[in-house]
Design a protein around this ligand. Structure first.
Ligand SMILES: [Zn+2]
Length: 179
């Protein structure tokens, strides 16, 4: 399994829309040769549906460093789930004044988000109310019906993230996970 992962999660796509949107994103990633099908999935060593493709380096920030395949498998996830940064966890920051949300208060909001809808959270410092997914930071937790997970990949380029998000939807969030 992976030691780290970069997860690009999209927060607005509904559960009904997610499979079709995931399939369209997979088609685009396959066409770009960023990914290729994993013909021999193995539950322990190669559990992912996709492998890095021959053009995987085109998706990463310092692409000149890499020759051949980079990273481990890619998962395209179309079921509602919690995307947790694991050991990287840091509470998210207020989008207005950057005050961090209190950790216990944050954690208690995740299950209601998973079970029902994304909560609104009011900042204790500046009283700004924002959807929890709009609080900022790459070490936070998000709930999404649609996500692409790059296992043990180096940092992705900003241009690639923007393009991928065009295929996923308007509210993409990055989660940097460390197991
Ligand atoms: Zn604030």
């Amino acid at each position: 399994m992976s030691d780290s992962a970069i997860i690009v999660a999209e927060l607005t796509v509904s559960a009904q829309e997610a499979p079709a949107r995931a399939a369209a994103a997979a088609t685009w990633l396959l066409e770009q040769q960023i990914i290729q099908p994993n013909d021999q999935p193995d539950p322990v060593w190669r559990p992912s549906q996709y492998h890095p493709g021959p053009a995987a380096a085109a998706a990463v920030r310092d692409f000149r460093q890499y020759t051949g395949l980079i990273g481990d498998g890619i998962d395209i996830l179309d079921r509602r789930q919690i995307h947790d940064p694991g050991g990287n966890y840091t509470p998210p920051a207020c989008p207005n004044c950057t005050t961090l949300l209190e950790e216990d208060a944050h954690i208690t909001l995740i299950k209601p988000w998973l079970d029902r809808a994304e909560p609104f959270v009011t900042c204790e410092n500046c009283a700004t109310a924002a959807l929890l997914g709009d609080w900022t930071g790459p070490w936070a937790i998000h709930v999404a019906n649609l996500a692409v997970r790059f296992n043990n990949w180096p940092p992705l380029s900003d241009a690639f993230i923007l393009e991928l998000c065009d295929h996923l939807g308007p509210r993409c969030r990055l989660i940097h996970q460390r197991i």
